[in-house]
Design a protein around this ligand. Structure first.
Ligand SMILES: Cc1cc2nc3c(=O)[nH]c(=O)nc-3n(C[C@H](O)[C@H](O)[C@H](O)COP(=O)(O)O)c2cc1C
Length: 171
């Protein structure tokens, strides 16, 4: 699969088979996060791969969508604000950007392995804190299930997007 095929293939999967993903595939997905760029190469993240049933249960309490509950793994990048780079000029802190790039690398790597994902930002950050799975000062912007799609995905499906010509300005 070349890069253009990969980005067309990635889609939000909201129906999962309970079968665990093989360790070698999980390792390559984590490696993609490991190799992601970050501001000043600070790598301000911890990558959490949650697979133990008791911990998955805690994660389920953080999100209302029952479709998540069959996924055998949940993956997230968490980080501490002071571990990320801050721009002196205006105080911009790169944590969200760094974590998002790491997540996107892992999501695309999962797609390349035939493993389904779905960005989830609509979780309850307070409940995630209360789960006790992360360090108390760690911030999470998104998580994703990892697992094989329960149904055949339609990789040729046209993506619903605004017209490219409406979102590009050539100067
Ligand atoms: C930052 C972000 C947050 C998202 N949060 C959720 C979410 O909480 N729940 C969900 O079902 N989908 C979520 N999505 C998935 C989007 O709905 C989906 O990417 C979009 O509709 C395009 O569909 P596609 O991913 O299949 O191309 C999120 C996507 C992004 C990029």
């Amino acid at each position: 699969m070349n890069f253009q095929q990969l980005i067309r293939q990635r889609e939000s999967i909201r129906s999962y088979d309970t079968r665990p993903v093989e360790n070698d595939k999980l390792h390559r997905i984590l490696q993609a996060g490991h190799l992601a760029p970050s501001a000043c190469n600070r790598q301000p993240w911890t990558l959490y791969l949650i697979s133990k049933p008791e911990n998955l249960k805690l994660m389920h309490q953080c999100y209302s969508g029952a479709w998540l509950y069959d996924a055998p793994h949940i993956l997230l990048a968490a980080g501490q604000r002071n571990a990320a780079w801050t721009r002196k000029a205006d105080g911009y802190n790169s944590l969200e950007t760094d974590l998002t790039i790491a997540m996107d690398h892992m999501i695309l790597a999962a797609t390349a392995e035939g493993v389904g994902t779905c960005w989830i930002a609509n979780f309850d950050p307070e409940k995630l804190k209360q789960s006790g799975l992360l360090k108390t000062d760690e911030i999470v912007f998104a998580l994703t299930p990892l697992g094989y799609p329960a149904k055949e995905t339609d990789s040729g499906k046209q993506k619903i997007r605004n017209d490219l010509s409406e979102m590009v300005v050539y100067l």
